[in-house]
Design a binder for this molecule. Structure first.
Ligand code: LLP
Length: 425
């Protein structure tokens, strides 16, 4: 599942001790395993080998250039949701012809730039957006390929903040409107409807909702063909769940086995846009204990990583395993239940609640597992905390792939107007 394993008392990332990384780069620190990252990409690619899919890595899950470059180098494309992500994707050397662009709120500027660069497909989420892309395509004198993102109205069992394919969600276009667009394509000059797009949510652990959603597209594909639309692509999105705790998600092979028979019926080229499945278990957040605080009711292990570094527990009550990076004092004294919390001034600033951990002392290292996806990419400077450094390990080698921010980074671009100094300092 991943390449973070104990050898003796020490937790390693591939061939490197986490404690060595903490010494060298400081904490809190995101650590990524190259082998795990590429291994997961290959698992998916191999499972879908028979249809030779385009796998567009969902950059929002982890936008570090080195992570994306590693995947692009292995043959992946990139799924983007903003002009900033397009900038990053192109920096990795990804061909624009392997970039797909979703988002309900693409701005005129972003659309213009994406047309100029010649991306593969816009995943269109509304009629007003389609009108804007069309007018900008006319202005640019270009024909633009788009996929219509279908909202298939299914209800995957996952956290309510990360489901996207329900009628009440803002994403995608309902079936009847897709049909209307196809029948009124003359209203959208310079637009070529080249595909259908689905993305039903994230951290989905069983294949049923995927199957249900794809089934819903099949009738629609048939309808669109009769309406004279020359479809080329079916993008089945991302959303594959991973193991954080004791989930039993479908494997890549099981997923492929369940959706391939349906996909094969469509005769279309397949795009996948996974994020979490590829990078989730390829990263950990390494953090150091600052204090152990016992109160009448609870023990708090206060660490130097907070919700600004990993917001998933605070935002979704997400579970991340927390392991000692060095098994110094093992359970002789028994495991103790403790909340692992950060230094931020919010009660939601926790990484784990009621975790059974060995006796811990200030300076001990903990590894928060499964932090590769939606970890650093959702981090912030809240409480004026510098964002973490990121390190990639490949075998016995380690590479700093993002420097830790400094205090001067924190105030970069801020200005205090002259008049506020009038009274002197
Ligand atoms: N495609 C589209 C259009 C998406 O919106 C997303 C994720 C993906 C692909 C990739 O989904 P994945 O394979 O990673 O499940 N911050 C949340 C997850 C939000 C997902 C947003 N969209 C979390 O930490 O759980």
């Amino acid at each position: 599942m991943h390449d973070f394993k104990y050898k003796g008392k020490e937790l390693y990332c591939e061939g490197v001790r986490l404690s060595e990384l903490a010494e060298k780069y400081g904490t809190p620190l995101f650590v990524y395993s190259y082998k795990t990252l590429i291994g997961h990409y290959k698992k998916l690619r191999d499972a879908f080998r028979s249809v030779n899919p385009l796998i567009c890595f969902s950059l929002k899950s982890n936008s570090n250039l080195a992570i994306a470059r590693a995947l692009v180098d292995a043959g992946a494309g990139v799924d983007i949701v903003s002009g900033g992500e397009m900038f990053r994707a192109l920096k990795t050397g990804c061909s624009p012809k392997k970039i797909v662009y979703a988002s309900v709120g693409k701005t005129g500027e972003e659309i213009k730039e994406a047309i100029r660069k010649g991306i593969l497909l816009f995943n269109v989420e509304s009629i007003p957006e389609l009108k804007l892309i069309s007018s900008m395509a006319v202005k640019a004198g270009r024909s633009v390929d788009i996929s219509l993102r279908l909202n298939p109205d299914v209800k995957p069992r996952t956290h309510k903040y990360i489901t996207t394919a329900n009628k009440i969600n803002k994403f995608g276009i309902d079936k009847e409107t897709v049909k209307w667009i196809a029948n009124n394509s003359r209203e959208f000059p310079n637009i070529n409807i080249a595909g259908l797009h689905l993305h039903i949510g994230s951290q989905i652990i069983d294949s049923k909702p995927f199957i249900e959603a794809i089934k819903k597209t099949i009738g629609l594909i048939h309808y669109l063909r009769i309406a004279g639309v020359g479809l080329k692509w079916l993008n089945i999105g991302g959303g594959l769940g991973i193991i954080y705790n004791n989930e039993e998600p479908q494997t890549a092979a099981e997923y492929a086995r369940s959706v391939l028979p349906l996909i094969n019926k469509t005769g279309l080229n397949i795009i996948l846009e996974p994020g979490r499945f590829i990078v989730g278990n390829a990263g950990v957040l390494l953090t150091r204990v600052i204090y152990v605080k016992d109160t009448a009711r609870k023990r708090f292990v206060i660490v130097d990583a907070g919700m600004n570094d990993l917001i998933r527990p605070a935002l979704y009550e997400a579970y991340h395993d927390i392991l000692p990076a060095v098994k110094n004092r093992m359970p002789a004294a028994g495991l103790k239940a403790a909340d692992v919390v950060g230094p931020i001034c919010e009660s939601s600033d926790f990484l784990g609640k009621d975790r059974r951990l060995p006796e811990l002392l200030p300076g001990d290292l903990l590894s928060v597992m499964g932090a590769g996806a939606y970890g650093f990419s959702m981090s912030s400077n809240y409480n004026s905390r510098c964002r973490c450094a990121e390190v990639m390990v490949a075998g016995k080698k380690m590479y700093l792939v993002r420097e830790r921010e400094s205090y001067s980074d924190l105030i970069r671009g801020e200005h205090v107007p002259e008049f506020l100094f009038a009274s002197g300092l």
